[in-house]
Structures are given as C-alpha cells and as structure tokens.
Design a protein around this ligand. Structure first.
Ligand code: MG
Length: 397
C-alpha cells in the first residue's frame, strides 16, 4: 500500500429529499445505521485513510449530530448551493493538513467497499486522478424526445462512481479555477479534473456501490441488507432443554431471574433457577455443544449459590462467538404453585436483558400438570425450553 497521506471528503450537503420522507436520504437509517454513518465507516475503517471530512448543509446540523454521534470525526464543514461548491469547501477545510491525496465520495453511496477504495488509492501513484467506473452494458440510444435518433457505440462508455481520487494540490487548484467559471456545470470531480487537463484513470467499480437516489433504492438497499444477514446466518437450529428441581424449606423461588414468594425454595447447587437452566440447555443444544453440567459442573465450588444468569449469558456469548444470533426462546414452567401468570412479563424482560435480545423474541408460559406426577404433588418444579438460533452455514460443521 502507498505510504501517501490520503484524506477523504464526504459530500452530504444535498437536499436528499427525492427518496421521500421527512429526513434527507443521507440521514435515513438502513438496518440501524444511517446512510452517512455507513459511508463514513467504510473510509474510517480503511487503513489507508488518515482523515475524513464531512460536508453538510447548514440546515441539516441536527440530523448530522444524531447520525455522527458515534463517529470520531472533526466538525463538519458547511457546504454551498451546488455539489461543486460543497466539495470545494471540503477541500479547503483539509488544505491545512496538506494531504498527498484526497478521495471525494458521495454520502449516498453507503456500500463502498475497502477493495475499491484501495484500488483508487493505488492508482494515484501513477496518475493525477483515479475513479471507479463500470462499463456500460446496455445498448445506448440518443433520442429526440421519445424518438431514437441514433444508437451510440457503447464500447468506450463508462458510468462514473465515487470515491474519485486525486492528488490533493491538483484537484484543489482545479476546483478553485473552476469556481471562476460559473457558466460550466460539472457533475463530478473527474469532469473538473478533465477540464483542468489532469489525467484521470478508470479503475474497476462495484455494482454494490450504487448511489441511493429514489425511495425504491432505499427499499432495495434495506432488502439487500436483510437478505444478506439471513443468508450469512442460514443455518437455523432449534435446541431443546429440560430441567427439574425439588422443593426444600424456604420462602421464595427464582424463575428466569425473578424472585417469586412461595412456601418453599428450589433445591440446587446454584440458585436452582430451573427455567433458566432449561433455556441454557436449549441454547447449548442448538449449538450441539454439550450441556449446562459440562460447562458449569456442579462439582465446581465456584458455582455454589451462583446466579444462573451467568450460565445463560455465557451460552448467548457462545452463539455470538460463532457469529450467530438468537432468533427466539420459548420457556414453559410446569408447577401447581406458585401462580406465575402475574410474573410472566417480568420473567420475559429478565431473559431478554440477560440474552440481549428484544423481548418480542422471548416467550415464557406457565402450566400445571393437573395435579398428576411430581409437579402435581407439589414436590418440585419442571421447566422445558426451546431456543431457535441462526448460525453461519459451515459445510461439515
Ligand atoms: Mg438445574
């Protein structure tokens, strides 16, 4: 990789309203992350980038502050009336840092990948500028209104993407010269570079690096992210767990981490949270990774009177370590008493907190065994659970 110092201008100053909605497109959310934050992160996470400067519209400051709260960025620069003026403002803000190269990127292309960024930077060692582009594959027509005038030879035609990379001093002075020629309209930075006589090379762009322009583009992007996540975790597994603890002298039981008054307690080495033990075993079962006794042996004194949340949280961490996710948990507690219905909401909340999943993915139910068997004779409590998890599909795993 080049040892040159490369800065980035991210242009987010457009009105961004063609996609619809109250919020400009660059600040709209895609799977919990704003379009702008996705674009910024692609560069901030790239080892070849030293500085990221965002240019925003003055009226969007509140949107920016919300979107950039978790990003470690210098203050945004205020853009101008046109994209060209906004880029110039961003370049001038970077000038005191004297970067060797600069990449200029549209915030509305949030799917830029590190590979394309690297390609653009790599070509700046031998050229004044480099831009990612894709060859035109459709047949291209020139029209007079809706009537075709001619078919254009597409063999030398490309569609330009961003980030467009340049030697910093050259593109800054090209922009400064171009700003004196308000009669010429430039739709990207390469066209300003061309106008200034710089040599700009085309490098391979990517189909994913499309510009989000319309409401359909936003919907398609959200769908693509969702499908990608599902495909990445295509191995759907259901695990089952079952546990029993007997009653002993006491005045409360602990179920799903909730303390519930009762005329007895549950006997066990840990806090005897039978429901949480069943669910922990269900998750371990879905992982095909032993059981709670294997991971947390009752013979180990460190688990004496332990909070069973430790076991459940560790099982959830094992799912995450394998790049998986917990889709759903369903717990059934079987006893004649205590009456659990008043506690079910708190039990669901407790499990959701320990597993760090939305409460809508947690089900807790209570039933009796109609006074039959050991639970019917009030000798103890049984619990049964299923856990549905998604893991990356690994051949042979
Ligand atoms: Mg147990």
């Amino acid at each position: 990789m080049s040892s040159a110092n490369t800065a980035v201008v991210i242009v987010a100053a457009g009105a961004g309203l063609r996609v619809g909605g109250e919020v400009p497109k660059q600040y709209q959310m895609l799977d919990g992350m704003s379009v702008l934050a996705r674009s910024v992160s692609a560069f901030a996470d790239h080892p070849g980038i030293s500085q990221v400067q965002v240019v925003i519209s003055a009226g969007h400051r509140a949107h920016y502050d919300a979107a950039a709260a978790d990003l470690d960025l210098p203050p945004p620069v205020q853009g101008g009336e046109t994209r060209q003026q906004s880029v110039k403002a961003g370049l001038e803000a970077l000038a005191p840092l004297k970067p060797d190269y600069v990449l200029i990127h549209d915030a509305a292309r949030p799917f830029i990948c590190g590979e394309v960024i690297s390609h653009v930077i790599a070509h700046l060692d031998r050229h004044d500028g480099a831009i990612p582009a894709l060859p035109v594959v459709d047949t291209v027509k020139r029209s007079n209104g809706s009537i075709i005038k001619e078919t254009v030879d597409r063999t030398a035609l490309w569609t330009a993407q961003t980030p467009q990379g340049f030697h910093f001093d050259k593109i800054l002075s090209a922009h400064q010269s171009a700003s004196d020629h308000s009669d010429i309209s430039f739709t990207d930075d390469a066209s300003i570079a061309e106008w200034a006589g710089l040599e700009v090379v085309l490098v391979q762009g990517s189909r994913a690096n499309q510009k989000l322009t319309t409401a359909d583009d936003m919907t398609d992007a959200a769908t693509a992210i969702a499908l990608h996540k599902l495909a990445a975790n295509g191995d759907v597994r259901v695990g089952h767990g079952y546990d029993v603890h007997a009653f002993a002298d006491g005045d409360h039981v602990i179920l799903c981490g909730v303390k519930i008054p009762h005329i007895a307690k549950l006997k066990g080495h840990s806090d005897a949270d039978v429901a949480m033990h069943a669910l922990t075993d269900a998750i371990l079962g879905a992982l095909s990774d032993g059981d709670i006794g294997a991971h947390f042996p009752p013979s180990d004194p460190q688990w004496k009177a332990a909070d069973s949340a430790i076991f459940l949280r560790e099982a959830a961490n094992m799912v995450r370590t394998r790049q998986g996710m917990i889709s759903h948990c369903d717990v059934t507690v079987i006893c004649e008493a205590p009456k659990l219905r008043p506690h079910v909401a708190a039990m669901r909340q407790s499990l959701a907190g320990i597993l760090d999943v939305p409460v809508g993915r947690i089900s807790v139910k209570a039933t009796t065994s109609e006074q039959l068997g050991f639970t019917g004779r009030r000798e103890g409590i049984a619990a049964s659970a299923t856990a549905t998890i998604r893991l990356p599909f690994e051949e042979g795993a």
